[in-house]
Ligand binder design. Structure first.
Ligand code: SF4
Length: 164
């Protein structure tokens, strides 16, 4: 069967053909339209099947591809040796830019003590892998309006990283 990770485009210069783009491998193939609608799949030669499989277009089954993609994502995450949470400290702002586009999203909404505790327990429970760098992004609103919270969370995450 054909992968679900592909897009098809008409090929104006080839009436009976379709451009097939694999979003998984970035391969671009010009194939018979009958292949895309499935009617010609059984008639493929071994070589054609191998070529399509090499380009990630022909797959054994949807389930096998799903497992492949989950493994791919796990492998990708394992390669990243930086623990990098983004923490939204508030939705407040002490400026009044004339072009402000935040509208009603801006307001006196601050990260609570309870959420800060949950955050630290989440990091504690899930752990910072040994040897990982830590790179915390504090986001808002204006994060500096939550300076005390920023410092306490940075210290808390720093301690957890040091004990990893
Ligand atoms: S939220 Fe951004 S754009 Fe709006 S007033 Fe504050 S700094 Fe200016």
């Amino acid at each position: 069967m054909l992968t679900r990770y592909c897009r098809t485009f008409s090929a104006p210069e080839h009436a009976d053909k379709t451009i097939l783009f694999s979003t998984k491998t970035a391969s671009v193939l010009l194939v018979p339209t009958s292949l895309v609608n499935g009617s010609a799949l059984d008639a493929l030669s071994e070589q054609e099947r191998a070529t399509l499989a090499d380009h990630g277009v022909l797959i054994e089954s949807a389930e096998a591809e799903r497992r492949e993609m989950l493994t791919f994502l796990d492998d990708l995450v394992a390669l990243d040796k930086v623990f990098k949470p983004t923490i939204v400290l508030n939705r407040d702002c002490n400026l009044a830019c004339t072009y402000c586009f935040e509208g009603t999203r801006k307001g006196k909404h601050y990260l609570s003590d309870r959420t800060a505790e949950h955050l630290l327990s989440f990091v504690r429970d899930h752990g910072i892998p040994d040897g990982d760098e830590v790179n915390v992004t504090f986001y808002g609103g204006e994060p500096l309006l939550s300076l005390a919270r920023m410092v306490s969370l940075a210290e808390g995450i720093g301690e957890l990283a040091a004990s990893a």
